[in-house]
Write a protein of this length. Structure first.
Length: 198
């Protein structure tokens, strides 16, 4: 086995142990703990089944099909395994094709979509994913701060581990964010999310 594969496997195991709650005090909330969060504390709004189906129909066609249900659901890979944070911790990154190829160099290699992924990796070209959630430029948001205060990925992004294709499930408007901050007794001052002193 090549050295980089061993290192990748070791990193995956360490991250899995840490994020599954077996890694001590630094572990993030597990999905079991996250599912116990009352809906009142979530930024998501209750949506009727027809409205949910309509939103799902608006799911953008991505350049390569990617199933979070397979990766985060069936394989139980934690969000943070693929979506690492930026140096500041404020942004969560989308992995490059070369990262995906660490596994897919030997997994499902005859699949045309995996071959397309391999071509992106070989040419070192970013995959042109279509964004699902995007905040306006005048809003500051720190994933690190939210995760450190117990927020879960699902609160803003929905139950992605159940989705074969992602779509905008939750409201990330100012009203929704302020409502969540109010319920969680977090600051709702303007400077919390807007850089007014610059």
């Amino acid at each position: 086995m090549k050295t980089w594969r061993v290192v990748s496997l070791m990193i995956f195991v360490i991250l899995w142990l840490q994020f599954s709650g077996r890694g001590g005090a630094a572990a993030l909330p597990s999905s079991a703990q996250a599912s116990k969060i009352p809906l009142a504390q979530s930024t998501s709004t209750t949506v009727s089944a027809p409205a949910q189906t309509a939103r799902q129909a608006l799911a953008p066609l991505q350049p390569i099909p990617f199933s979070h249900k397979q990766h985060a659901g069936t394989l139980n890979m934690p969000c943070q395994y693929c979506h690492t944070t930026s140096r500041s911790g404020d942004a969560v990154l989308i992995p490059p094709a070369t990262f995906c190829m660490q596994c897919h160099q030997t997994i499902d290699t005859t699949n045309p979509d995996i071959q397309k992924l391999a071509a992106y990796a070989k040419s070192n070209t970013p995959i042109p994913w279509i964004r699902i959630y995007e905040l306006p430029s005048f809003v500051t948001f720190s994933h690190r701060t939210h995760l450190l205060h117990g927020a879960t990925c699902q609160e803003c992004h929905g139950p992605v581990a159940e989705r074969t294709q992602l779509y905008k499930e939750n409201d990330i408007s100012m009203a929704s964010c302020v409502a969540c901050h109010t319920v969680k007794n977090a600051s709702t001052g303007c400077n919390t999310c807007h850089s007014l002193n610059q």
